[in-house]
Each structure stands twice: as structure tokens, then as C-alpha cells.
Design a protein around this ligand. Structure first.
Ligand SMILES: NC(=O)c1ccc[n+]([C@@H]2O[C@H](COP(=O)([O-])OP(=O)(O)OC[C@H]3O[C@@H](n4cnc5c(N)ncnc54)[C@H](OP(=O)(O)O)[C@@H]3O)[C@@H](O)[C@H]2O)c1
Length: 272
């Protein structure tokens, strides 16, 4: 696991995402004393985690500290205000990691410093250590720093490095926003089940557990999604009947093409 040889890991923002990362770091062996949390008002559960694990805490960016890693986990709209006071913490060996949606490397560089910087896009299952993160490193990031950042990010699930910063917008569209598509799938299945004659609560329980179970099977099985789908589908059976609708020319694929394109376009717009 990442060590603090070049300075502490400075976590800026200990909310949902920052808190999930901190919790994962501590579980994976990062010492509390090697982490400095900067947040004017961490949620009570985070304040307890900080106190219980000897994590250094500051309401504002402290002076006299050179960070090994600065991990930015604040809302994008406060980044303008958050970055300038952090500038003194950036040294020659510091690597900056930002999970702020839509905030480009150029934006971070303008407001903070021309430093080794990684843009990362996790997703909400990170809260239970089952997320997936897309990441892009600028040319200043050394192999050692990349490996250190990989270790820090992987506590919330697998990390996929992309080749260009622009790909982060597509990552955002697929996996960053993706959990919402799956939750909506549950809603749609439940509503269709209700229309097919089931009690609404029962339809929701069936839909929810079906998606959760299928997700877990996908997670545990070495088989491709297409193979798992084929395993459920007997020729001429009920699944085949449903899939003939979902896989029609006007079925789910064109709908997903449009949805992902809309999310990607919005990510580009937000990045300015
Ligand atoms: N949640 C996700 O699924 C997800 C996925 C991918 C990326 N992200 C990114 O992760 C970032 C954080 O999102 P989140 O959902 O974790 O937000 P959040 O729960 O609101 O956490 C942000 C934390 O930063 C604190 N904060 C506010 N101003 C600060 C300052 N000046 N200095 C230090 N800390 C400050 C907030 O305190 P207050 O509450 O007191 O303002 C809060 O504790 C966002 O940029 C988002 O784009 C989130």
C-alpha cells in the first residue's frame, strides 16, 4: 500500500466519496498518522473515523506541510475556492488526484500548480468497496506515483487507466453515471411486473433482488455477460420472447447509445 515517504496523503473533502476512500485506505493498511484530512465540517461518522484512527485533521489547508498526495474530493462547484490555499502544499514530488466531475487537468493546473496530476472518476458503489474507477494521469506523473495512486484508488474497486483525458467524459457516461441506469432498470422492471398483475411491493422486491443477484453472478463468474445471458435463454422460451423485444433494432442498444452520448456530451459541456 501507498506509503508516506514523500509526505502525507492530504484528503481534501471527507464527504461521501472522500470518506469512502479514507475508510478504504485505513482498512488496507494506510496509517492514520500518514493522512491529513482537510474539511471545514466532516460528517459525524467521518469525525469519529478520523479521531479513532489518529488521522491528522485541519479545518483549512495548513501551512508548513508538503504533501505526498493531495486527494481532492470536494464538490466541483467549490474547487475554485478550495484550490488556491492548497498551493503551498504542492512540492516537486507531490501528486494531485482529483475525483471532481468535470474539472479538467488544465483547470486544476491554472488554480493550483503545474504538477503531477491524475483525474479519476469513481462511482457510488465505492461506498461499499465495489466501485470501478477510470483514471487519467498527465505526463508529469511518474511510474512510482501512478502505482501509488493506483493503490489509493483500488480500495474502492478496480482501476482502469485511460489513454486520453477526453476518455474520462466517456468513463463518466458509462460507469460514473452508470449505477443510476441500473437503478432505473429496477424501477422499470418493477413497474412492468406491476402491470403484469403483481402487487407493486412484490414486483419491486423481485426486480431489486434479480438485478442485485445478476450483478453478483456477473461479478463472481468468469463468463462474459453475453454468455450469462445465453445461459438463461432457451430457444423459443420466455426469456427469448422478452429479448426479441429488448434486442430489436429499436430496443435497448439504440436507447443506450443515445443515453451514453447525452451523458458524454453533458460531461464535455461541464468541463467547459
Ligand atoms: N458521489 C459520487 O458518486 C461521485 C462519483 C464520482 C465523483 N464524485 C466526485 O466526488 C466529489 C465529492 O462528492 P461527494 O458526493 O463526496 O460530495 P460531499 O459528500 O458533499 O463531500 C464533499 C466534502 O467536502 C467538504 N468541503 C466543502 N468545502 C470544503 C473546503 N473548502 N475544503 C475542504 N472540504 C470542503 C464538504 O463539507 P460540507 O458538507 O460542510 O460542505 C463535504 O464534507 C465531487 O467532486 C464529485 O464530482 C462523486
Amino acid at each position: 500500500m501507498a506509503n508516506a515517504a514523500s509526505g502525507p496523503i492530504v484528503l481534501v473533502g471527507a464527504g461521501n466519496m472522500g470518506g469512502a476512500m479514507l475508510s478504504g485506505w485505513l482498512k488496507s493498511g494506510v496509517r492514520g498518522a500518514d493522512v491529513l484530512v482537510v474539511d471545514p465540517g466532516p460528517p459525524p461518522a467521518m469525525a469519529k473515523l478520523i479521531a479513532d484512527n489518529g488521522v491528522t485533521y485541519a479545518a483549512q489547508a495548513p501551512s508548513g506541510v508538503q504533501a505526498g498526495v493531495i486527494f481532492l474530493a470536494v464538490k466541483p462547484q467549490v474547487m475554485d475556492a478550495v484550490l488556491p490555499p492548497l498551493k503551498p502544499l504542492v512540492g516537486a514530488d507531490t501528486v494531485i488526484v482529483s475525483v471532481a466531475a468535470g474539472k479538467t487537468l488544465a483547470f486544476i493546473e491554472t488554480h493550483l500548480a503545474a504538477a503531477a496530476t491524475v483525474r479519476a472518476m469513481p462511482n457510488t458503489p465505492a461506498m461499499i468497496g465495489r466501485g470501478v474507477t477510470g483514471a487519467f494521469a498527465n505526463a508529469r506523473v511518474s511510474e512510482a506515483q501512478r502505482s501509488q495512486v493506483h493503490d489509493l484508488l483500488k480500495v474502492s474497486g478496480p482501476v482502469e487507466w485511460v489513454r486520453t483525458e477526453a476518455e474520462i467524459d466517456a468513463v463518466t457516461a458509462v460507469s460514473g453515471s452508470g449505477p443510476a441506469y441500473v437503478f432505473y432498470l429496477v424501477e422499470c422492471m418493477a413497474e412492468a411486473g406491476r402491470k403484469a398483475g403483481l402487487e407493486a411491493d412484490l414486483a419491486m422486491r423481485l426486480a431489486r433482488e434479480t438485478v442485485a443477484g445478476a450483478g453478483e453472478l456477473l461479478h463472481q463468474s468468469p463468463d462474459e455477460a453475453a454468455r450469462l445471458r445465453q445461459n438463461v435463454t432457451s430457444p423459443g422460451g420466455t426469456t427469448a420472447a422478452a429479448l426479441s423485444v429488448l434486442m430489436a433494432d429499436d430496443g435497448m442498444q439504440p436507447l443506450f447509445d443515445k443515453a451514453i452520448a447525452a451523458a458524454r456530451k453533458r460531461a464535455e459541456e461541464l468541463a467547459g
